[in-house]
Write a protein of this length. Structure first.
Length: 272
């Protein structure tokens, strides 16, 4: 049974500190308004060796130049400090750039439903000035529309994945399947006015918000158990097949509840 490659917690902090320092050295430093940390690392519930780092940059101008420069810096830092994470993520440090004008006009991803509430709750300012007050709060209808669009995108990604997996992409596939399940759960909760980010929190909240969906509770709970196993070792072939089945069942059922149409692969129900 193969244990995961070790990436110590301090390597994450060192990578983040190096990115903060890069803001002052950037050729576009005068146009960088803010740098934020998001996701599980910002919440503090990340899994070293499994979780990536989500970085959001807010630009005043020169968006394309800032994006190219930060992505190159993030790749270099990841190669130096988070090399093992490339087995799990093509970009161990994900950089997303938006602008102040996009934020004010409600066109930024930061103002889109689930992303808005997640960012407002857990986004951590690392450098610059806080722009959270500038982000217009989406209406309930806008939130539900954004949730449906996000579900469609998850469906499309799942349908691209075949039943077979290549050994060299095993850990990336594993992460993608977990991400599909738990992101879907968080989106479904957000659409009902419940905002969570962490996996354990999502499992508990889902039981409260969807009390009638007992089979989905079971799928989500067992997926979380597999996640805890994956935190310390590579999943077996059988566990990975179960996880894929869980992802198809959970996402398809949520899409059905939300009226999102998708042509799902046929297969036997998952034994639990």
């Amino acid at each position: 049974m193969k244990k995961k490659g070790m990436v110590p917690k301090r390597a994450y902090q060192e990578a983040i500190e190096e990115l903060i320092g890069f803001c002052g050295r950037s050729r576009y430093r005068g146009d960088i308004v803010a740098l934020y940390l998001g996701g599980s690392v910002a919440r503090g519930d990340f899994s070293p060796g499994r979780s990536d780092i989500d970085i959001y940059v807010v630009a005043g101008a020169n968006k394309e130049g800032i994006e190219a420069e930060f992505k190159a810096a993030a790749k270099r830092i990841a190669e130096e400090r988070l090399e093992e994470l490339f087995k799990v993520h093509p970009e161990p440090i994900g950089v997303t750039v938006t602008t102040v004008s996009e934020i004010r006009e409600g066109k930024s991803f930061l103002a889109a439903g689930f992303e808005y509430h997640n960012f407002m709750r857990t986004g951590k300012l690392l450098w610059g000035r806080d722009i959270k007050p500038l982000i217009p709060k989406p209406s309930r209808e806008e939130g539900r529309a954004a949730a449906k669009q996000a579900l469609k995108e998850i469906c499309a990604l799942l349908m691209e994945q075949g039943p077979q997996f290549e050994e060299q992409n095993r850990e990336r596939l594993t992460y993608q399947l977990f991400a599909a399940i738990f992101r879907t759960a968080c989106i479904a909760l957000c659409g009902e006015g419940r905002y969570v980010g962490g996996k354990g929190e999502a499992v508990s909240a889902f039981r409260e918000v969807y009390p009638q969906e007992r089979e989905l509770h079971d799928v989500l709970s067992q997926s979380f158990i597999l996640w805890k196993e994956w935190e310390r070792r590579t999943l077996t072939d059988e566990e990975l097949r179960r996880l894929r089945g869980f992802s198809l069942e959970f996402v398809s059922r949520i899409c059905g509840l939300w009226g999102v149409a998708a042509a799902w692969p046929k297969g036997p129900r998952i034994k639990r």
